[in-house]
Write a new protein. Structure first.
Length: 275
């Protein structure tokens, strides 16, 4: 009788142990399967790609104002050199007084100025590789502290351009000035093709933003040490770099409306300060 009880007890113990082992094995298998589960799924064109699941997934976070372009990063790499320091008269970001008159022109006009340039600011901040959408995102980030920015990509208003004194001048006056300039140029046959062009004005418009501050490694106007090695390359090389771009400097300072002679005149103006 005692032997029977002992046998039954052993069998019960064995059964309990086996049950626990089976349960543990199931848990281990589930954990292993979870760890080995593929991270993604290959989907070929024409197959069911799980669009329902994709539709229910939360969309990626956008970079404000409905755009997924990082306007802050573009600002930091292209715009900050002037708009954090006020170089070349650029309005400093968050300075409401500096932006007051500009904000009144509307976001579409500010964006147009950013893309095409205005005053001393070159087109696209001097980086012609930036798209209109990237300029829109960077401009939105720049002016967000001082104005309400519309949803990016939805700006329908036409840019409002301020009337300039030149636009108000009679056509006869402009024609007379053009004729006088043409006669003066024709009389200077022995001078370079860019003689008589106001290099200083072009410098102030397209070059000053970098060559006054040293932004992006540009040699500062009047710094003989910074210009020394460059002058040794000769004027033709300096003209070529300025017209076609070199390293971080965009072609024609980012203003492609300038002629080659315009650029040469601006280079002459900068070089005269160190010779």
């Amino acid at each position: 009788m005692k032997s029977s009880k002992l046998i039954m007890g052993c069998l019960a113990t064995l059964g309990l142990t086996a049950g626990m082992a089976t349960a543990q094995a199931n848990v281990d298998r589930d954990a292993i399967a979870e760890r080995l589960k593929p991270a993604g799924q290959l989907c070929l064109q024409g197959e069911d790609c799980g669009t329902a699941a994709s539709a229910s997934a939360a969309p990626a976070a956008a970079n404000g104002n409905g755009s997924d372009i990082d306007g802050a990063a573009i600002y930091d790499s292209v715009c900050m050199a002037c708009h954090e320091t006020g170089a070349a008269g650029a309005p400093v970001r968050s300075d409401e007084a500096a932006w007051a008159d500009r904000v009144g022109q509307g976001f579409a006009t500010l964006l147009d100025h950013s893309i095409n340039g205005i005053g001393a600011m070159p087109a696209r901040g001097g980086n012609p590789n930036l798209s209109d959408a990237e300029m829109e995102a960077a401009t939105a980030y720049l002016v967000e502290p001082v104005m309400d920015v519309p949803e990016l990509g939805s700006t329908d208003e036409a840019p409002v351009e301020a009337t300039t004194a030149e636009e108000e001048a009679p056509a006869e006056t402009a024609a007379a000035e053009d004729t006088a300039a043409a006669e003066e140029t024709a009389a200077a046959d022995s001078e370079p093709s860019h003689a008589g062009i106001d290099g200083e004005a072009i410098y102030n418009q397209a070059c000053m933003a970098c060559h006054m501050t040293g932004a992006a490694g540009a040699p500062i106007k009047g710094d003989a040490d910074a210009w020394g090695a460059r002058l040794e390359q000769g004027m033709e090389t300096l003209y070529d770099h300025s017209i076609n771009g070199f390293n971080a400097m965009p072609a024609k300072g980012g203003n492609m409306s300038l002629s080659d002679d315009d650029v040469k005149a601006a280079v002459d103006f900068m070089v005269d300060a160190v010779q």
